[in-house]
Ligand binder design. Structure first.
Ligand SMILES: [Mg+2]
Length: 250
């Protein structure tokens, strides 16, 4: 069955989330009077990443609201029992710096245009809340390139649950076999999509040799490699990503 649509992950696939978060927190800490360099900066970025992973994971599992996970990240990072108001104010100051760093990756616009020019439809599936993602995509100037924005907060289920992928396909009135899912996470995005019946494409921007077996997914190191996987029958074993994956030690 030919692929009729590409469904995209957003953060660290289209939008350089990690880059914006890294630069944003360092600018914010400098503005708060804690300019950091070298190991101090690396440590601060790691601690901010760690509290994000912890509390954003709780949000994805339904344990915290989107606003609560922000407050818990601030409290965890500072190690202080801040009031909601103080935590919100700290996060708002951080967010100004973070949003000042918002960018899409350089290969995104050419890839979106190539996919559209090939006659494929495009949508978004994100483990997030729709309102902030919609706002971000509009600020980045790419929201209108996608028919649908499907977010876990509305679905009540999240990737890697097959139900999240099936819901997004249903929103586009397509069968899973007609859809390729493209994401930066090997497990949560690509393998989960493949297990849900879609074509799973892992965007491994590190370009390093994978430390995990590739499994039933195609691996690309940039979005310029995507089109051959999704036109002309889709990615099968032996397609460019699969062939390269098969050549790698596992
Ligand atoms: Mg992602």
């Amino acid at each position: 069955m030919p692929i009729r649509a590409v469904l995209w992950d957003i953060d660290d696939t289209l939008f350089d989330y990690s880059g914006a978060e890294r630069a944003g927190v360092l600018r914010h800490l400098a503005a708060e009077g804690a300019a950091l360099t070298g190991p101090g900066a690396a440590d601060a970025v790691k601690r901010w990443n760690d509290v994000m992973a912890l509390h954003y994971g709780r949000f994805v599992r339904g344990e915290l609201t989107f606003g609560e996970q922000r407050r818990e990240r601030v409290r965890g990072f500072l190690g202080e029992p801040l009031t909601d108001e103080d935590a919100d104010a700290w996060f708002a100051r951080y967010r100004e710096h973070y949003e000042g760093e918002w960018r899409v990756f350089a290969d995104v616009l050419p890839a979106l245009e190539a996919v559209a020019a090939a006659g494929l439809r495009q949508g978004l599936l994100s483990n997030s809340a729709a309102a902030p993602q919609d706002r971000k995509l509009r600020r980045l100037g790419i929201r209108d390139r996608f028919e649908v924005l499907v977010c876990s907060d509305d679905l009540g289920c999240a990737k890697p649950d097959p139900a999240a992928f099936h819901a997004a396909c249903m929103t586009m009135n397509l069968e899973p076999e007609e859809v390729a899912y493209v994401g930066d996470r090997w497990d949560t995005d690509a393998v989960a999509a493949a297990e849900a019946g879609l074509t799973g494409v892992w965007v491994d921007r590190s370009g390093a040799s994978p430390t995990v077996p590739i499994g039933p997914v195609a691996r690309i190191t940039g979005l310029d490699e995507l089109l051959p996987l999704v036109v002309g029958g889709g990615a099968a074993p032996g397609a460019p990503g699969g062939a390269r994956a098969a050549a790698l030690p596992t």
